[in-house]
Design a protein around this ligand. Structure first.
Ligand code: IMP
Length: 422
């Protein structure tokens, strides 16, 4: 029985999953890719043939012909952003037909729907927290998962029910009245009736897609010999349980999220790939032991174009933290490692890697003070003979030995072509 691989981010997200999913899909010939948690808070970037695409909800294998893009039950789906994403793809890539796209994408009937009022709640809750805010993407992720846990949210399958509009309107206005009563100083700067209507229109679009029991579908496909890839969103330390709570997202970004967000079980997992950047970044608030506040940090931010692909916010930058990565590998049962953006460190002097913390913290904590090992840098990743340069291969060896897991894929730039399969 062929099974499923999973790819997970080992840091705070933005490790470059979009590109790797695209490349792995080509290489391993998966029959489909499954998004299993999060929503439009993710921004997965793909670059090829001089085009750049940022996907938020659509799985990153969308450009792989003959494969399926599955949105699992663990996802929270914003119908407005989703529809816009599909329409943008059609405009940018006229080779796609709408029929082709609509046949390629399958949605779990159990995925939850984001209402416009979830986004408003997100905004107001963040404003209310003031300096303790998490720095969310304001996409309504937390409030939607909140309603799921409170058992008052809506699953995608419900949009086909006759009284759905009425039920949704009730929840929408309940959210709005919560906002008005809890945050009386807040004023709505949007036309709430138009907002709801836009959302209803987007639901009509959503109805055109297959909305099914994706868990059953996947099990039966796997029985028939099909092979899938689970595409994680965000990263290990944004996990609601294992991340730097409360500065985290609202879903399980670690391996358990794959099981609960697809309905596949642990026996269906063949291999877990762990993806990390050659340095560390973080968007939003929260602890970050190896953060750089100097010109090197600014240089990495600039060279690495470290600005959020969903919100455009500058990402905080710092050195690679092996203590964090070790914990992430343990949590996720990583089989193979993938390193991205090492080219950003080309010609940077005085590269350091965190190998321990001064105090007893093993988890990234505000109080954890890193102990660094200095690393000999490199000018380029590849030498004249087409082999990994000495400096870079020493870096790779240090990471592999520390983590006890091989690095099998090296991403050397943003394009599909910039990849080394070791
Ligand atoms: P939320 O997921 O929008 O609720 O945001 C919670 C935290 O996760 C914030 O610090 C966000 O900046 C962060 N976050 C959410 N999605 C991503 C992502 O795809 N990449 C990086 N950070 C993210």
């Amino acid at each position: 029985m062929v099974k499923s691989d999973v790819i997970l981010g080992l840091q705070w997200g933005d490790e470059g999953k979009g590109k790797i999913v695209d490349c792995l899909s080509m290489r391993n010939q998966y029959d489909g890719t499954i998004r299993f948690q999060g929503g439009a808070n993710a921004g997965h970037t793909l670059e090829f043939d001089n085009s750049k695409v940022v996907l938020h909800i659509i799985p990153s294998n969308i450009f792989q012909k003959g494969t399926q893009s599955i949105i699992g039950n663990g996802v929270v789906l914003d119908p407005i952003i989703f529809m816009q994403e599909i329409l943008d793809l059609l405009t940018k890539f006229p080779q796609f037909s709408i029929d082709e796209l609509l046949k390629k994408i399958i949605i779990s009937k159990n995925a939850h729907i984001i209402l416009p009022s979830h986004k408003l709640l997100d905004r107001y809750q963040e404003e209310k927290k003031g300096k303790n805010r998490c720095g969310t993407t304001l996409k309504g992720i937390g409030p939607t998962y909140g309603d799921k846990i409170h058992r008052i949210g809506f699953r995608v399958e419900e949009i086909k029910e006759k009284d759905f509009e009425e039920k949704a309107k009730k929840l929408y206005y309940e959210h709005l009245s919560t906002i008005s009563s809890k945050f009386p100083e807040m004023v709505f700067d949007l036309d709430i009736k138009i907002l709801f209507q836009q959302w209803l229109d987007a639901l009509q679009f959503l109805k055109k897609l297959p909305i099914i029991d994706t868990a059953m579908y996947l099990h039966s496909a796997i029985n028939d010999g099909k092979f899938y890839l689970g595409e994680g969103a965000q990263g290990t330390f944004l996990d609601i349980d294992f991340g730097t709570y409360p500065m985290v997202t609202a879903s399980n970004t670690t391996i358990g999220g794959f099981v609960s967000g697809t309905g596949l079980n642990h026996k269906n997992i063949r291999k877990v790939y762990g993806l990390f950047k050659a340095y560390t970044t973080r968007v939003g608030e929260g602890p970050f032991p190896t953060e750089l506040f100097d010109r090197t940090g600014e240089l990495i931010q600039k060279k690495g174009n470290e600005y959020g692909s969903t919100t455009g916010r500058p990402r905080r930058c710092g050195w690679l933290d092996l203590v964090m990565l070790k914990y992430a590998c343990l949590l996720n049962g990583i089989d193979e490692l993938i390193i991205s953006k090492a080219d950003v460190l080309n010609s940077i002097n005085g590269i350091k890697v965190c190998v321990a913390y001064k105090n007893d913290y093993h988890f990234p904590d505000e109080k954890a003070k890193p102990i660094y090992q200095k690393v000999r840098g490199w000018k380029s990743l590849i030498n004249k003979n087409g082999k990994l340069s000495k400096g870079f291969s020493t870096y790779i060896k240090l990471i592999e030995e520390y983590l006890g897991i091989p690095i099998t894929i090296i991403s050397t730039g943003p394009d599909r072509k910039d990849i080394i399969w070791k």
